[in-house]
Each structure stands twice: as structure tokens, then as C-alpha cells.
Design a protein around this ligand. Structure first.
Ligand SMILES: O=C(O)[C@H](O)COP(=O)(O)O
Length: 228
């Protein structure tokens, strides 16, 4: 039965500092490294061994993938990196402190920016220090100025359908190391979560989530590998 493993990167420096991150490239903390290694040990312990990997273009997800694969003895498997698995772009909120932003704009407004389905945060200004236009990894890519979950789904899902699903369908055990909101986008689709209910879905760092697929490539309900 094809198996899909979703893992959100381990704690990042800006998770620790409680700052909006999005597409900004932030590395793992020591705790994040430990979470990634623990995820790999869990894969090995439960004998859920990936044969093909996908990740984003962001350091925190790439390192999480590599640390987990190394701990699982699978550093050698093929991997593909793609911007479509990046975190949702946090627009003009990038770099701001989440608590300070809530104090300034109110908890309700920040909840809308963070968890509403289709209301994007304010756009990133072109002159912002967080503008990624000159980052070589995004050469040729139309970098968004902000993204709601809906907009994130609009780039994650076509990639899932065109590129990841066919790999899974040929019988590979696929691991996707990505981000809170790119994984919420995928889980919304795979678990058929409504636009209203997706608000409540939180994805913890470094905790492998499994989808088993049946012979018609329909996903069963997801579960945490630690509970299997
Ligand atoms: O980009 C970020 O700030 C985090 O990775 C996810 O943030 P969120 O919990 O506000 O969606």
C-alpha cells in the first residue's frame, strides 16, 4: 500500500522568536535539529522507510529532511526540491513579532491573517528588506507578495497532482518535508477538510503524519506515526 509521510520542519529560529516567517529563509534551532533527528529515528523504529523525498527550497525544511533521512539510514534516496512546497508567503507581516502584531492590530485580525482560508496578509512592499527578488533560488519564479491558504493551495495542489502523486502511485514510500501551511494545504485536500474547518488544523513541528493510500489511490484517514 503506498504510504505518504508528511513532516513539518523542526523548530526554526523564528518559530522560537515568535516571528512571522513565510518565505524568509531561517535555519533550525538546536531543538529543531533534535526534532528532525527524532522524526528519523521514529521512521526507522516503525519501519516506515521513505524511498523518495520532496521538499521546499527553504533551509529549515531541507535540513529537516536530511537530518531525518540520515537518522533513518535513508540519506541516499532521490529527492526533489520545489518552491511550490514553500511556506505560505507572509507578505508585509514577514519578520514581525506575532505577539506585538496582535497587540497592535488585535487578536482577531491576526487570527484572520494566520488562519482564515482566503484573506491574505498585507502585501510585502517592494523596498522591504525581506524582498527575495535577488535570491538566486527564485530566479525565473513569480515570487508572490503575500499568500492566503487558498493561494497556497493553488500552487501546492497542481504540484501534488502532477509530480508527487504519480511517484506515490508507482508504489514509492514518499516523504514530504515542508511547512505548517503548505502541509495544511495538502492535508485539507487529502482529508477533505472544509474551508471553515481548516482554520482549526495545526501541524506540529517534526512530527511525522502518515496517509496510507488504497489500491485506487484514495487516502485513508491520516494519523501520527508516534501513535501507530
Ligand atoms: O511562517 C511562519 O511564521 C510559520 O512557519 C507558520 O506560521 P503560522 O503558525 O502563523 O501559520
Amino acid at each position: 500500500m503506498p504510504k505518504l509521510i508528511l513532516v513539518r520542519h523542526g523548530q526554526s529560529q523564528w518559530n522560537l522568536e515568535n516571528r512571522f516567517t513565510g518565505w524568509w529563509d531561517v535555519d533550525l534551532t538546536e531543538k529543531g535539529v533534535a526534532e528532525a533527528v527524532a522524526a528519523g529515528h521514529l521512521l526507522r523504529e516503525k519501519a516506515v522507510l521513505p524511498t523518495f523525498a520532496f521538499t521546499s527550497l527553504q533551509t529549515r525544511a531541507i535540513r529537516t529532511l536530511h537530518l531525518a533521512l540520515e537518522a533513518a539510514g535513508r540519506l541516499w534516496i532521490p529527492e526533489v526540491k520545489d518552491w511550490r512546497l514553500n511556506e505560505r508567503h507572509y507578505g508585509g507581516l514577514t519578520g514581525l513579532d506575532k505577539a506585538e502584531t496582535a497587540a497592535k492590530h488585535g487578536d482577531d485580525q491576526v487570527k484572520i491573517w494566520r488562519r482564515s482560508f482566503d484573506i491574505p496578509p498585507p502585501e510585502l512592499e517592494a523596498a522591504s528588506e525581506y524582498d527575495l527578488a535577488s535570491d538566486p533560488r527564485y530566479a525565473g519564479i513569480a515570487i508572490p507578495n503575500t499568500e492566503s491558504l487558498k493561494l497556497t493551495i493553488e500552487r501546492v495542489l497542481p504540484y501534488w497532482e502532477s509530480t508527487i502523486l504519480p511517484v506515490l502511485a508507482r508504489g514509492e514510500t514518499v516523504i514530504i518535508a515542508a511547512h505548517g501551511n503548505s502541509l495544511r494545504a495538502l492535508a485539507k485536500h487529502l482529508s477533505a477538510i472544509s474551508d471553515a474547518d481548516i482554520t482549526d488544523l495545526e501541524i506540529p513541528t517534526g512530527q511525522p503524519i502518515i496517509y496510507d493510500f488504497d489500491e485506487t489511490m484514495q487516502p485513508r484517514e491520516r494519523y501520527y506515526l508516534k501513535d501507530a
